[in-house]
Write a protein of this length. Structure first.
Length: 67
């Protein structure tokens, strides 16, 4: 079953988590300083979505490898 494994999934996980953190830490903060509240809210939602997708991808791939 190991031959079905995808080789780039680790990079995708890391990319989702890093972009989510960048959105949460830098984008949302800069929007808050400029008092752009709608943009800040969207940046926070997208940041959390990216982090969640990265974490769920990691957990899913981990479970897949256990089987």
């Amino acid at each position: 079953m190991y031959y079905l494994a995808i080789g780039y999934i680790g990079y995708i996980e890391l990319l989702f988590i890093l972009t989510g953190l960048i959105l949460l830490l830098f984008e949302a903060g800069s929007y808050k300083k400029q008092q752009l509240f709608k943009e800040e809210k969207i940046a926070r939602i997208l940041g959390w979505c990216n982090c969640s997708i990265g974490i769920f991808t990691f957990l899913g791939y981990w479970v897949y490898n256990l089987l």
